[in-house]
Write a protein that binds this ligand. Structure first.
Ligand SMILES: O=C(O)c1ccccc1NCC(=O)[C@H](O)[C@H](O)COP(=O)(O)O
Length: 264
């Protein structure tokens, strides 16, 4: 069994323990004006250069320990002070050492101000309850991993996120997945440079897929970005944003990296 299949099987079991029918009104409660989900999307549409989603990631199946024991709000403060556009919080405990509590704590620190970076709940979504939890914890965006879900599951998650006023990143790794994401209504597409079944990262994946995305889609290049040169490659490929985890977590001071990206 490959790692993504293993993680998804575990996630379905884990979520089953707290699963319950989630009513539309419970989700809509977080989006009283039924406004178009856009806080996260807006943050990624910079007028110049490339936007940065900085990730809080303590460990991973591919890298092992990255920064175990790191305080999530403290890391968020470093990212915020350095001027990140958005923050991704990995909330999976077993494989990434995160928790939903990290997301609550990070959003408590950031406050819900229009000038603070919006947050992504980074997890393996399979059920509406996870979207409700994300909204309750103050997130502005969720993740839909196209490879891991059926079309029906993607639609169910996208609809629930829209109800709650959350944006959705549709994560793809292959061309066939792009079509499925767009057919579902994706407005934000994350091209994962990491093959989640083999753990090989290759920026050529972004270079090949991003130019094929429609103009009106926000394109994110995710994973395996370790240097300014890598970020430049993603920018040249047409990415509106990059998502960086491991490299930022290992920097004592992420500010020079974040500033340099905004100088493109
Ligand atoms: O990072 C992993 O090893 C991983 C394994 C299996 C499923 C997902 C995985 N990562 C999630 C991510 O998408 C990355 O955390 C994110 O793109 C940042 O990547 P990086 O900058 O390479 O840490």
């Amino acid at each position: 069994m490959d790692k993504l299949t293993e993680i998804m099987a575990w996630k379905r079991q884990e979520v089953a323990k707290r699963r319950r029918p989630v009513r539309d009104e419970e989700l809509a409660h977080f989006n009283p004006s039924s406004s178009h989900p856009s806080r996260f999307e807006k943050a990624l549409r910079r007028e110049s250069g490339i936007a940065l989603i900085s990730e809080i990631k303590r460990k991973s199946p591919s890298a092992g320990a990255i920064a175990e024991g790191r305080d999530a709000p403290e890391q968020a403060r470093l990212y915020y002070n350095a001027g990140t556009d958005a923050i991704s919080v990995l909330t999976d405990e077993k494989y990434f050492g995160g928790s939903i509590r990290d997301l609550w704590n990070v959003n408590d620190l950031l406050g819900n101000r229009s000038d603070s970076p919006p947050t992504l709940r980074k997890d393996f979504f399979v059920d509406r309850i996870q979207i409700l939890e994300a909204a309750e914890a103050g997130a502005s965006c969720i993740l839909i991993i196209v490879r891991a879900l059926s079309n029906e599951e993607m639609s169910m998650l996208f609809e629930a996120a829209n109800l709650a006023g959350l944006d959705s990143i549709f994560e793809v790794h292959e061309e066939s997945e792009v079509e499925r994401a767009l057919n579902c209504g994706a407005r934000i597409v994350g091209v994962n440079n990491r093959d989640l079944t083999r753990f090989v990262t290759d920026l050529a994946i972004s270079e090949s897929i991003i130019p094929q995305l429609p103009e009106n889609c926000v394109a994110i290049s995710e994973s395996g970005i370790h240097s300014i040169a890598d970020a430049e490659r993603a920018f040249e490929a047409g990415a509106d944003a990059i998502l960086v985890g491991e490299a930022l977590m290992k920097m004592e001071d992420p500010e020079p990296f974040i500033q340099a990206i905004h100088d493109f």
